[in-house]
Design a protein around this ligand. Structure first.
Ligand code: ATP
Length: 362
């Protein structure tokens, strides 16, 4: 029996709803799989935390997570945070930087039963997560945006050899268990030095994987190819902002953001977090799609299992995925995908498939 301590942070907007369903599903697999125990520790983040604790990322959350095996984080409405207030930092960025979660793994695939324009997409964007253009995390002190006068903003982009190489390593390792194809996406024709360093570093790492096919594109051309022939891509390695945009675009190819999971991965810690934001427009109405957050938790279990040589966790992850596949096959889905189930009804269906092992019978 292996017990995992999971730090649960509900976040803003639809966060409490989709994280609630994710915990429900994790509890169901825990009951169904021998040798797997999960302890949930709840920690405050986001706007509710600011109201009750005076900070969007209080010290108790950071300290608590240090005692955990992994985190489960909901989305955050950071665009309304007051960036001038030091107690209103973006918890996402701070946690990624603070725990050195340098790779953001964002898979996209088509599911039978979900209407899409493409029938055979299965790719994963591996996005650098701690530097690049993201001003809230690319400086040791303060942010990477500066105002020399009231009408001028300088935004700094950071690319390092270390950051690029370790990111590429995650991408190439991931490709070994997939189609062994890695696409490096950059803008080397304009950002000669920064993107040049990212490209050279990725290529250097790639040379060690002689059976892996490597190609590369400028970000603008790649955005077009991704729309025209997404089936041709396997693992995409890229810098922070390019990866953020491309992963949303990729999600749009297979049914939307409600289907797009993500994992923030470091060498000693990881945080599961859906690709999408807090969707304030639909918050509190029990209509959000919890799949992206649930599949993020599935990725969390998978990585915990691989890293700890723990087959039960890997098995639990596959049970979650098969429950989602089964639900979609039976046209059980939330309204964003054309279905009629509420957030909680969908979560209940997954629990049913997991508990009654309906997925084994098919
Ligand atoms: P962020 O910059 O924080 O990622 P965003 O601007 O990308 O946020 P999102 O909050 O991700 O915006 O969502 C954009 C729209 O997609 C939402 O307004 C919502 O309608 C839809 N959406 C996002 N996530 C979901 C979900 N889980 N279920 C249903 N609809 C969603």
């Amino acid at each position: 029996m292996r017990t995992y301590q999971i730090g649960v942070m509900e976040g803003d907007g639809i966060g409490p709803e989709i994280v609630g369903e994710t915990v429900k599903v994790l509890k169901a697999v825990q009951q169904s799989v021998d040798g797997l125990e999960i302890e949930f520790k709840y920690y405050p983040v986001g706007l509710s935390s600011f109201q009750s604790n005076g900070a969007t990322l209080p010290e108790e959350t950071v300290e608590g997570l240090k005692e955990c095996d992994a985190g489960l984080l909901g989305p955050l409405t950071t665009h309304i945070y007051d960036t001038g207030n030091p107690n209103m930092i973006n918890p996402s960025g701070a946690l990624r930087k603070g725990f050195d979660l340098y790779a953001n793994i964002r898979p996209t695939k088509t599911y039978e039963g979900v209407k899409t324009k493409f029938s055979d997409v299965d790719l994963v964007v591996v996005r650098e997560n701690t530097e690049g253009m993201y001003a809230d995390r690319n400086m040791h002190f303060n942010t990477g945006e500066f105002m020399p006068d009231p009408d001028t903003v300088l935004s700094f982009r950071v690319v390092t050899r270390k950051g690029s190489e370790r990111l590429a390593r995650v991408g190439f390792e991931l490709a070994q268990g997939r189609k062994k194809k890695v696409t490096i996406v950059h803008k080397m024709n304009v950002l000669r030095k920064g993107c040049g360093l990212f490209y050279d570093s990725s290529l250097k790492v790639g040379k060690k994987y002689s059976d892996t096919v490597i190609d590369d594109y400028h970000i603008d051309a790649f955005a077009m190819h991704l729309i025209q022939r997404p089936e041709d891509f396997d693992v995409v390695v890229t810098t922070n902002m390019f990866g953020d945009i491309l992963s949303d675009q990729a999600a749009g190819l297979v049914g939307g953001l409600g289907l797009a999971p993500g994992l923030n991965l470091g060498d000693s810690f990881l945080i599961a977090q859906a690709t999408h934001g807090s969707a304030p427009d639909i918050a509190g109405r029990n209509i959000a799609n919890p799949v992206a957050e649930i599949l993020s938790a599935k990725m969390m279990l998978e990585w915990l299992g691989y890293r700890n040589g723990h087959q039960s966790a890997v098995h639990a992850a596959s049970l979650i995925e098969r429950a989602v596949e089964e639900a979609f096959k039976q046209k059980m889905m939330t309204t964003d995908l054309g279905g009629d189930l509420s957030t909680t009804e969908f979560g209940d269906k997954l629990v049913h498939f997991i508990q009654d092992s309906v997925i084994y019978e098919n």
